[in-house]
Design a protein around this ligand. Sequence first.
Ligand code: ADP
Length: 270
Amino acid sequence: KPYLLQIFEDISARKAMEAELIRAKESADEANRAKSEFLAVMSHEIRTPLSVVIASIDHLLHTTEDSEQKAILELADSSADSLHSLIEDILDFSRIEARRVEIRRDAFDLRGCIEKIIEMFRMQAQGKGLRLRYTIDPQVPATIHGDPDRLTQVLINLVGNAMKFTHQGEVAIRVGVRPDSLILSVRDTGIGIAEDKRDRLFQSFSQVDSSLTRKYGGTGLGLAISKALVDLMGGTIWVESAPGKGSVFSFTLPAWSQQPEDSREARAAA
Ligand code: ADP
């Protein structure tokens, strides 16, 4: 075949392949949008009747004196709660995918935020006989700038997982400083995660044990949501783990989370 003709054929073949890839990507994006839309609509529709169910159970729980009825209602209550957090996770995830999440930048007290989270998990830790503690590097400013609700959401996911997958020892939150960011980590002495499972953990619906007979509940959305939120806050999240010994999930919050330059200068001038 003449050389030029060969080149021409190669270029046309490559062009056709590129067009094919673009079409495939567009239809994958479209399918993804449809999936998110479906999840968002379904979750929203389930949320309203579910809140009526939860309120009704709560009402009965507080009025019945019968201990057998109380036990049944408590079971219904905890199942309804699990369903509720699943729905909230799906709604959150679809909001993030549709880029409908805004990250605020408020001044807030990080220590107070962490103490609240510790308080939230105190009973559960006591029940499981786990130590739950936190340390904050003294260099961390008393007030930082960022989104306290989103930060709390990420920490609740990480501490919740640490509590779930740890059966003895402790769960510890640590806040440290790096030259241009804060670093937050949640360390546990739990079951750990095999190396070949670690990179997929942050993808949606990914669980190390996805068998139907799996021991731990959950949706596999918590870490995907946490990663998306940390990304939106401008940080990165990662995991280190030793199977059978424990895991450390860490994430950074970039410099804007600390005192902005101008207020530091203002303080120096005052
Ligand atoms: P969920 O906990 O709802 O299944 P996540 O996205 O929060 O979803 O976590 C995904 C998976 O990562 C979990 O199912 C579990 O297999 C693994 N995992 C997360 N955190 C830990 C941890 N601290 N120790 C051991 N495994 C963990």
